[in-house]
Design a protein around this ligand. Sequence first.
Ligand code: ATP
Ligand code: MG
Length: 352
Amino acid sequence: MKEQIILTGDRPTGRLHVGHYVGSLARRVELQDSGDYDKVYIMIADAQALTDNAEHPEKVRQNIMQVALDYLACGLDPEKSTIFVQSAVPELTELTFYYMDLVTVARAERNPTVKAEIKQRGFGASIPMGFFCYPISQAADITAFRATTVPAGEDQMPMLEQCREIVHKFNSIYGETLTEPHILLPANEACRRLPGIDGKAKMSKSLGNCIYLSEEPEDIKTKVMSMFTDPQHLRVEDPGRVEGNPVFLYLEAFCKPEHFTEFLPDYHGLEELEDHYRRGGLGDVKVKRFLERVLQAELAPIRARRKAWEQRPGDVYEILKQGSIQARETAAATLRDVRAAMQIDYFERGSF
Ligand code: ATP
Ligand code: MG
C-alpha cells in the first residue's frame, strides 16, 4: 500500500486558540498516536505568516516558540512527528515558483478563503503578491512531503482543492510525479469552523476574538462570561436560539457526557439543555457557567504541560532544528524528482 503521510501546520501569528484545538490539533495528536501513518509532518508556517506581516518579522519570529509550546502542550510528540519551520526548508520556495506557472490569476482570485481574508484584513487594492499566492505555496508544502492527508478546519477546503488541481496539471504535463492529498475535516461539524467569542464567523488570531490554549483560568472565565449569545434572549423566561449561538456551538465542540455528570447533573446531555433553552426558562449565565467549567477541565492539563515545556526552551529549539533538518532532506528528494520531471535537471543529466 502507498505510504500514508500527514502534513499540516499553523501560521506563527499568535498563540494557538481553542479553534485550532478542535479544528486540527486534537485530531493530529490522535492520528499521530494511531499508528496508521508512516510519517507525520507538522509545519510552523513562518514564510506564509510573513505574507501579511512583512513589516512585523519580530511578531512572526517570537510566535514560532509560542506555537511550538502549544504543540507540545497538546501532546504532539517529536519522537512520532517531525515538527519543523517552513523557512528552514528553502526547497518549498523553489517548488512554489514552478507551481505558479500552473495557476492563472483568475483561478487564484476565485479562492473564497483568500477573498474573505483580503476583505477582513482591509487590503483593498494593496494585496501583497505573496499573500495572494499563499495557496500555491501551501500546495508546495503539502506535495513536498508527498502528503496523502491534511487534517485541517473547513477554511482549508479551497486550499486543498487548488493543491489537487496543481497536482493533476503537473502530472499531466510532466508525467506522474506528485501525490494527490485529501483534507481530513473534524467529524464533529461544530469543530470545523469554531466562531469567535464575539460571534464572528471564525475564531482567528488576526481577529482578536480568541480563547487561547494557554489562557489563565481567570481569563477563561472573563471571556466566557462576556461571550456573545442570542441577542433576542433578554429575560430568562424568553425562548432562545441554539442555532448559530456561539455558547452552544462551543458546547457542541467541547462537552462530553462526563461533563454533565460532573458539572450539570440535572440534565442528561446537551440535547436536553438545548431543548430547555429553546423553550425558555434557562438563563445565559447558567449555560455560560457550565461552558466555563467544561473549558477549564479541558484546558487545565494543556496549560500544565505548557508550563513544564516553557522551562525547557533549549530543548524546544533543538526539536525544531532537528525537525527542520529532517524535513529539508525529504523536500529536497521531492524537488529532485520535480526538476527531473520538468527536465530542468541539466547538471545532474550532464547535458541540456
Ligand atoms: P490567522 O488569523 O493568522 O490566519 P488562524 O487563527 O486562522 O490565524 P491558522 O494558522 O491560519 O490560524 O490555521 C491553522 C489551522 O487551524 C488550519 O488547519 C485551520 O483550518 C484551523 N483553524 C483555524 N481557526 C479555526 C477555527 N476557528 N475553527 C476550526 N479550525 C480552525
Ligand atoms: Mg488562518
